[in-house]
Design a protein around this ligand. Structure first.
Ligand SMILES: *Cc1c(COP(=O)(O)O)cnc(C)c1O
Ligand code: SF4
Length: 448
């Protein structure tokens, strides 16, 4: 496999992308305007191997990585466009853009407070513990990606405003926390993309945990990553590729399940030789690859695309895991699908594939109480309803209990839905209690 040298393109140097000669002036203007508000980064692999520039307007990966005009409201767009046309100072531009970012719900579903655990009487920065079994860790050095997805719900991590950042410089407190919390079986490294870290840096975060691993109850280590779509060379030709693979093997040899949670949005991402080679290298260590993706307009709102995505993943020995709904943040309106539409696509795709692909669950809505899946559309007592269930709950007892919401073709997230057959959803009173109890512990009273 020939080596490609990583080259990223952001607002500073995107004009050097040769393929932009195929892009209309209007669309280039959109990159400039929207790219000032929402993070923008592409790289040479994405540009050369994944995007079909002759049809860029309909290209899913172009939509996935390049800012689009409609990602901002026309009002916000105009404000930024005018500021750029008037050549306002850098500080002024930053403050205008920051103002807009603040209006785009940068921390949905109470991430900032509700999910941050306490240790020694202090909030642990860069750690989230929402579901009993699983702790999320956000290492500071992994708060970037090989390219940025335009729909990213972690986008505040990538823009200059420090108050929107949420990460941890080191993992010693986490190591202590895990020793004291044996209900935690899963540790999930996330970001950004932790696989942007080189081996030495990643090792530095893992080491304090690894030293005490026998005193914890960790059964699974997960690494959430989009590097298998954006920069697979990381597992093939990079200088430290072998070191990283050896580290994977060390984890597996210890009897711990290592799950690479790979983010793939479209089958085209699975089509190149380099991605296949990277997958083979990872699987050879004994690690598993599980896959997940949100469902979005302009990228993958088609049952055939999903069926092909799952089939290709299974062909490559990856395990389909989640289909998510858009989170209520950033450019959500541009990408979001109504719940009913997402469910129809899921159902149609799911019905086209064999049981081996049906390890996937979804469509799943992440919200303050948990992850809620749409199990179906039904008619009960003459009323059309949506059948729902928790895949994950802030209270584990909520999981796998069926409940119902009024059928609603417009609704696109849980807070749009109204309960059917009752005044409240069964978990609402308890959620309220949890909310108020945590609220009083919380410094920054900033929730959904
Ligand atoms: C999805 C998610 C997890 C993992 O849930 P699983 O069902 O175990 O995959 C953990 N923490 C948070 C905050 C999540 O959103
Ligand atoms: S790879 Fe993940 S964290 Fe990075 S920009 Fe895409 S969605 Fe966001």
């Amino acid at each position: 496999m020939t080596e490609k040298k990583y080259k990223s393109y952001t607002l500073r140097n995107y004009k050097k992308i040769k393929q932009l000669t195929k892009v209309s002036e209007d669309d280039i203007k959109s990159i400039e305007v929207v790219g000032n508000v929402l993070p923008f980064k592409a790289n040479n692999y994405v540009i050369e191997e994944l995007i079909d520039w002759d049809n860029y307007r309909d290209d899913p990966i172009y939509h996935l990585t390049f800012p689009q005009r409609e990602m901002l409201s026309s009002e916000h767009y105009k404000i930024v466009e005018e500021a750029l046309d008037n050549n306002v100072s850098e500080e002024k531009l930053f403050s205008i853009c920051n103002d807009i970012r603040e209006q785009l719900n940068p921390h949905p579903a109470g991430q900032q407070c509700l999910n941050v655990p306490m240790f020694d009487g202090e909030q642990m920065s860069g750690v989230q513990h929402k579901y009993r079994e699983t702790v999320l860790f956000f290492p500071t050095s992994g708060q970037t990606c090989h390219a940025y997805c335009t729909f990213c719900f972690r986008w505040p991590q990538f823009v200059g405003d420090k108050s929107m950042k949420f990460a941890s410089k080191e993992s010693r407190d986490l190591a202590k926390y895990l020793q004291n919390h044996h209900e935690v079986t899963d540790l999930l490294f996330t970001g950004g993309d932790p696989m942007t870290m080189n081996f030495k840096v990643f090792r530095k975060y893992l080491d304090p945990i690894w030293k005490v691993i026998d005193k914890t109850n960790i059964q699974t280590i997960r690494i959430g990553t989009k590097s298998l779509s954006f920069w697979q060379y990381r597992f093939v030709t990079a200088d430290d590729a072998q070191d990283m693979l050896d580290l994977f093997k060390m984890i597996v040899d210890k009897g711990i399940n290592l799950a690479i949670m790979a983010h793939f949005n479209h089958p085209v991402e699975l089509s190149t030789d380099i991605v296949k080679e990277a997958i083979r290298n990872i699987l050879a260590t004994g690690a598993q690859i599980r896959t997940q993706s949100p469902i979005f307009k302009h990228i993958n709102d088609d049952p055939e695309v999903w069926a092909e995505l799952w089939r290709k993943q299974v062909n490559l020995n990856c395990i389909p895991y989640y289909m998510f709904m858009a989170r209520d943040t950033g450019a959500k309106e541009y990408f979001e699908l109504p719940i009913v539409k997402a469910y129809d696509i899921f159902r149609e795709a799911y019905s086209k594939v064999s049981g081996i692909c049906r390890t996937v669950r979804g469509p799943s809505m992440s919200c303050t109480p948990g992850k809620i899946m749409i199990s179906g559309i039904a008619e009960l007592n003459g009323e059309k309803v949506l059948a729902l269930r928790f895949i994950q709950g802030r209270n584990p007892d909520w999981v796998a209990t069926p409940f119902f919401a009024k059928y609603d073709e417009e609704a696109s997230c849980m807070s749009d839905l109204k309960p059917a057959f009752s005044e409240k959803f069964f978990f609402e009173d308890e959620m309220e209690q949890i909310y108020h109890q945590k609220y009083s512990d919380c410094e920054e009273n900033k929730f959904e």
